[in-house]
Ligand binder design. Sequence first.
Ligand code: B4P
Length: 181
Amino acid sequence: MVFLGPPGAGKGTQAERLVAATGDAHLSTGDLLRAAVADGTALGVEAKRYMDAGELVPDEVVIGMIRERLESHDGGFLLDGFPRSVPQAQALDELLDSLDSALCVVLLLDVGRDELIERLLARGRADDTPETVAKRLDVYLEQTEPLIGYYEARGLLARINGEQSVDEVFGEIEAAVSKAC
Ligand code: B4P
């Protein structure tokens, strides 16, 4: 399963609940990158420059991180915040093919720009400043939104109304997953 959606749509919030319900592994590229930053690894130092600027971390870095985890994992998984660009989606297709695996659903959390800005500024993480948030929303429109058509064409997309309470959003997600997976 994949969670797709703009920054602040609630991917991390809903992913935690979904893996608690399904027992699948939770792979969040945002969490993995923040852990690398906190550990001060070379990868973390490089990633921090992009994250602080509201840019995507280069595809090869993120793809390498996901490849390593998927190759050593047996069983279901939920990708939260990956893929975020067409090259990442193509790399994921190749990786899943090589593992003889496939996606059953791509869950798109739909939330409008004004609500996203309000949520992110209220969350207040280091990369939630007004300038970075505006940049991240623009980067989403340019680089990540094309994935909606990419997965719709493959019959994998489920649109979820993310502008409801956390419980209501989760109810829609559970219904979509039980239908598709
Ligand atoms: P992420 O860690 O993926 O974070 P996010 O998109 O900002 O937030 P998310 O959608 O998970 O929102 P949350 O549940 O927290 O990315 C951070 C950065 O890492 C990126 O900008 C990029 O630089 C880098 N990165 C990550 N993946 C990458 C990749 N694949 N390639 C390249 N770079 C990558 O929710 C937000 C807030 O809303 C919270 O405060 C929450 O409590 C609240 N909320 C959630 N649901 C709500 C609801 N229903 N109603 C009201 N509030 C709600």
